[in-house]
Design a binder for this molecule. Structure first.
Ligand code: BGC
Length: 262
């Protein structure tokens, strides 16, 4: 079975067709520049015009960087505020005629990583008597920090732990301290940035005690440079699906409907 997955990122919209049984892309991914202003009408119209979307059929999964509750966007941390309280699923269905499952972007990436990426090996190892992996937290480092929580492979949707406050950091939240965008903005080297990520991991671990963190997001391509610098009491493994985890996970969510509708 194939489903269309859409991942809305800060600067690029990605649309791909995914074979949901294997978690792999069935063809090329459409990469569309984010329309100026990132307003709902413009973004949804740009997505609706995607040749990949139009060539495919059936339900669509749409991953977006906000709380996604029953089809509705509830927050707008790094996007235009006019998304708040918009029924994105219904708006996209009106525009395209396609049933749409609307999910948080980190939840989508997390689903893909846990089922077909780094998590699959961790769960298999654990089942064979290896280190436990019943509590997995997937983190995506990009413009913000996305977090997805899994217990025995099942997702607790819309965990917004990028907004956790860190001890001793009074002027911003976890993502304002350690997102990948902070590294670029402050021109930090990998060492300087991972010190901040370590502060963030320490606090997440102190409060939630996961067995494993899977770390990915926009900085995944450079995992070799920064993942070895991380220090944490839990295991930390790099995400393996890289830039396409959001597209794959959005398609998986569409295939899971109605179970995955947050
Ligand atoms: C948003 C989350 C999102 C994360 C990653 C945060 O600012 O609040 O909903 O998952 O960024 O895009």
């Amino acid at each position: 079975m194939r489903r269309i997955g859409i991942d809305v990122g800060g600067s690029t919209l990605r649309v791909g067709e995914v074979d949901v049984a294997s978690g792999t892309l069935a063809g090329p991914v459409d990469a569309i520049p984010m329309p100026t202003g990132a307003r709902p009408d413009d973004v949804l119209k740009a997505l609706a015009a995607s040749p990949v979307l139009r060539a495919g059929e059936g339900p669509v999964g749409l991953a977006f960087p906000s709380v996604a509750q029953h089809g509705v966007a509830r927050t707008a941390a790094n996007v235009d505020r006019s998304w708040i309280d918009l029924d994105v699923a219904a708006a996209f269905t009106r525009l395209t005629g396609r049933p749409t499952v609307f999910v948080n972007d980190a939840d989508a990436a997390g689903l893909a990583e846990v089922r077909f990426g780094a998590g699959r090996a961790l769960l298999a190892e654990a089942a064979a008597g290896g280190p436990p992996a019943s509590r997995i937290m997937v983190l995506t480092f990009g413009t913000g920090i996305g977090t997805a929580l899994f217990l025995d492979g099942r997702l607790w949707p819309n965990a917004e732990l990028g907004h956790l406050m860190l001890p001793g950091v009074t002027d911003t939240d976890g993502e304002g301290w350690a997102a990948a965008s902070v590294r670029t903005r402050l021109a930090l080297d990998w060492f300087g940035w991972t010190r901040r990520v370590n502060d963030y991991l320490r606090e997440l671990h102190r409060l939630l005690w996961p067995d494993v963190f899977i770390v990915g997001g926009a900085v995944s391509e450079h995992a070799g440079e920064w993942v070895p610098l991380l220090e944490c009491r839990a295991r930390v493994v790099p995400a393996v699906l890289r830039g396409h985890a959001g597209v794959v996970g959005a398609a998986l969510a569409a295939a899971d409907e109605p179970r995955s509708a947050a």
